[in-house]
Design a protein around this ligand. Structure first.
Ligand SMILES: [Mg+2]
Length: 193
């Protein structure tokens, strides 16, 4: 791989631990305990068809500034991003969040002391941004985004979650989280030396 790397980082599910708090909030709203292992597809209503209006409720949650600002970070995310930045790689935070969440997202990155990087909002597809910026590595948790990005990025790492287990592509490598991702990037870079 060409160095320094130009790395695209998804935010929700990769930097921000969004989905567990969301599922807890949804469970509280419906008076049910929901298991993340049952969240098998992007649309919540496909996984939890007995919760009326669950897609609308989750959309309202994901656009709620107070909720999005309160999210914890994924274990290892700050350590990993700093290690990448220290090695001279360029970081781009590329999120599908709505434009109106730009300031709150920037504040969240700053409040959690993530390294400086460009914040890009891509509410539809991330492919155009990845191509324009010439990103050669992307980290995602969305099945759809990962498959699209794999057509323009030579290396896509997919953080393993129940909703992306069906995904497979020659350019996609599944990892359990930040520790395994960092190990694989180091191996990949030492092989291409
Ligand atoms: Mg995500």
């Amino acid at each position: 791989m060409q160095r320094p790397l130009r790395i695209g980082l998804d935010i929700d599910g990769v930097l921000a631990d969004t989905d567990r708090p969301a599922l807890e909030a949804i469970g509280r709203h419906y008076g049910r305990q929901l298991d993340i292992d049952d969240w098998r597809s992007w649309r919540l209503s496909d996984s939890f068809p007995d919760l009326p209006g669950v897609d609308e409720y989750s959309d309202s949650l994901f656009s709620d500034e107070a909720f999005m600002s309160s999210l914890p970070y994924v274990p290892g995310a700050i350590w990993g991003t700093f290690a990448l930045a220290r090695r001279g790689h360029r970081l781009f935070y590329v999120t599908s969040r709505a434009e109106r969440l730009r300031s709150c997202t920037g504040r969240w990155l700053g409040a959690n002391s993530f390294p400086i990087g460009e914040l890009l909002i891509a509410p539809g597809s991330k492919v155009g941004i990845a191509r324009e910026l010439g990103l050669n590595l992307f980290v995602e948790d969305s099945a759809r985004n990962a498959l699209e990005l794999a057509e323009v990025c030579p290396v896509v790492y997919l953080f393993d979650y129940p909703w992306n287990r069906e995904v497979s592509h020659p350019n996609i490598t599944r990892v359990s989280g930040w520790r395994e991702f960092m190990r694989k990037v180091a191996q990949c870079l030492s092989r291409s030396r």
